[in-house]
Structure formats: C-alpha cells, structure tokens
Design a protein around this ligand. Structure first.
Ligand code: GDP
Length: 315
C-alpha cells in the first residue's frame, strides 16, 4: 500500500472504522475516501456500485456492519442476517468489479463453533454448531469470509479476512440495550456511582470469559495485514488473554471508582462460556497487541466522560 493510494474505509463512523481512519492517518495514509450512510447506503447495491464506479478506490477496509451485544443480536435476527449479507456482498463485489487492488474484510470471533476447544485456532471454522445468541450475525460473517475466498479463487481478487475478538474503545456504543459488556458496565458503574446506588446490575453469572482488544490495536493490526498479508486463510486478531466477567467488573470498578456491590442477574444470558482466540498466526507474522486491559478501560472511561453529552444514546 503506497501513501498516495486511494483508500476507502467502509463504516468509518463506527467503532472499528473510526479507529482504522485514525491508524491510517497516523501512518501518513491521507488519501481516504469516507462516506456517511446518507451519502452511500451500503445495503443498496446500485448506490454502492455507482460509488465504486466513480471513486475507484485502490484499497478497501470493510468495517461496516450491523453489530450489537448479546441482547440486540438475539432480538433482531432478520436484520443482523440481512443487513450484513447485503453490506458485504455489495462492497466486496463492487471493489472487485471496479479494480480495487485489495480488500480487508472484518469478521468476528463469534464465527467459531460454540464448543470449539480453546484457544481457538483459525482452522476450527465450520467444525461445529454456533452459539445461538449470535448465530445470525455469525452466519453472515462466515458468508463474507467465504466470499472473500471465492473471489480470490475464481477472480484472483486479493481479499483477506481478519477475525477480531471482542473490541472496545473510544467511539463505542454505550446504549444499555444494544451495547457489549465492557461499555455497558462502564456506563452502569459510572451512573451507579453518580446516584450512590448500593449495587450495580451485571447480566449472567459472571463466570463467562471474554478476551478484550482495544480497537486502536485492532486498527493497527488491520493496517499491518493490509501491508503484509496476501493469503486466503483468515487471521485471528486478539490479545491471547481472557478474563471472567467478574474480573472485568473489578477492573471497571477500579477505573470508575464505584465501590458498591455487584448484583449478578442470572435471568440474563451468559452466552458462550469462553472464546479465547489463538493468535499465534498473527504473532508469527510479527504483530502483537500493545494496550493492557486496565489501561484501555481507563482511557475508554475518560473518552466516555468527555463525550457523554454528545453521545446520541439515551441517558
Ligand atoms: P458476547 O461476547 O457476544 O456474548 O456479547 P456481550 O459483550 O454482550 O456479552 C458478554 C458477556 O457479558 C455475556 O455473558 C453477558 O451476559 C455479560 N454481561 C454482563 N453484564 C452485561 C451488560 O450489562 N451488557 C452486556 N451486553 N453484557 C453483559
């Protein structure tokens, strides 16, 4: 990738896309093409095709997706399947047809079988049934991986796929109905502290384990792989370390200074018990995550405090 190449970041306003834009600019890639949803609706094939025909980007980061936490995923199965299939089909196909040199597709660790042995290697894809709370999203992402591989195989299109673990960081979604656990608990602990609530509610048993990657680390890995990796096989992107939800709550209490009790609400789902990625392929390529979790939580909390008023979510 040359500094002057034209780079399209699909989903630039989201958690991942905005981090990729920051990472590219830090690396002196300044010829970025960005479009809001009202300018180009990525679910609309005609709009996507017209956009690629006109702009002809050299490189494409496909970070646009309909995403959400455990509740959103299981409440809107049709939307998660339909919108993600549409976005990735339109973008991958148009990128190929209009001469892009390379595309990086962003997937998710939830593509792996629910009962996969841990840590999860890339080759475990499609070896067993999925976690039911997010299988709609997972099926769409698996189709995206296969589409990237098929376009490489049949058309020689240089499409690669990255599978990030659970992400967090500035720009995250703090809406309690649709967010992931880390931003949700930051907000809950913050509000519990402000209101002097005796306890903070946490979903599930606290026993599931999750691996958390700062989104700026993911962006760094995405640029690194765009520069250095040209193979059909998917690549896991994570830290290689996981914590229980209970441990996460402890770190969030430390960051926010909330000292009340933790009330586990076992009527809410735990989801999969563990999904730790094996990141040896990526470390073998020469990349490692840098942000320690406690530090990343503290800086995300600072971002939340600074942006709390402009946040579009309901307070
Ligand atoms: P997942 O990784 O796809 O399961 O998605 P989440 O990040 O939404 O949930 C991870 C785990 O955190 C699950 O076991 C949830 O039950 C648990 N959890 C605890 N409290 C919360 C919360 O307030 N919001 C969310 N989204 N998850 C929570």
């Amino acid at each position: 990738m040359d500094k002057a190449d034209k780079i399209f970041v699909a989903g630039h306003a989201g958690l991942v896309g905005s981090a990729i834009v920051r990472g590219l600019r830090d690396g002196d890639y300044d010829n970025l093409i960005l479009r809001t949803r009202s300018e180009v609706d990525l679910c609309n094939q005609a709009q996507v095709d017209a956009f690629f025909r006109q702009e002809r980007p050299d490189y494409v980061f496909l970070a646009a997706a309909k995403v959400g936490g455990i509740l959103a995923n299981s409440s809107y199965p049709a939307e998660f399947l339909r919108d993600n299939l549409a976005i990735q089909t339109n973008v991958i196909d148009s990128a190929y047809r209009h001469g892009a040199k390379k595309l990086a597709f962003l997937g998710s660790s939830c593509i792996y079988p629910k009962m996969a042995s841990q840590p999860i290697k890339e080759e475990y894809l499609l070896t067993g049934p999925l976690e039911p709370t997010n299988e709609w999203y997972a099926i769409a992402k698996i189709a995206g991986i296969k589409m990237a591989q098929a376009y490489r195989k049949q058309y020689g299109f240089n499409a690669i796929s990255l599978m990030p673990t659970n992400l967090y960081g500035p720009g995250d979604n703090f809406d309690l109905q649709s967010s992931h656990v880390l931003p949700a608990l930051l907000r809950k602990a913050h509000e519990a502290k402000l209101n002097s609530d005796p306890e903070v509610p946490v979903w599930g048993t606290g026993l599931p384990r999750r691996e958390f990657l700062h989104v700026d680390d993911l962006a760094d890995a995405a640029v690194f792989l765009m520069e250095h990796y040209d193979q059909p096989e998917i690549v896991n992107v994570g830290t290689g370390v996981d914590v229980t939800i209970r441990e996460l709550v402890g770190m969030i209490q430390q960051a926010t200074g909330y000292q009340g009790r933790v009330a586990f609400d076992e009527s809410k789902p735990d989801g999969t018990l563990r999904k730790l990625l094996d990141v040896s392929k990526l470390t073998g390529l020469g990349w490692k995550a840098r942000t320690p979790l406690q530090e990343g939580i503290a800086s995300t909390y600072r971002w939340y405090l600074e942006n709390i008023k402009s946040c579009t979510c309901h307070h």
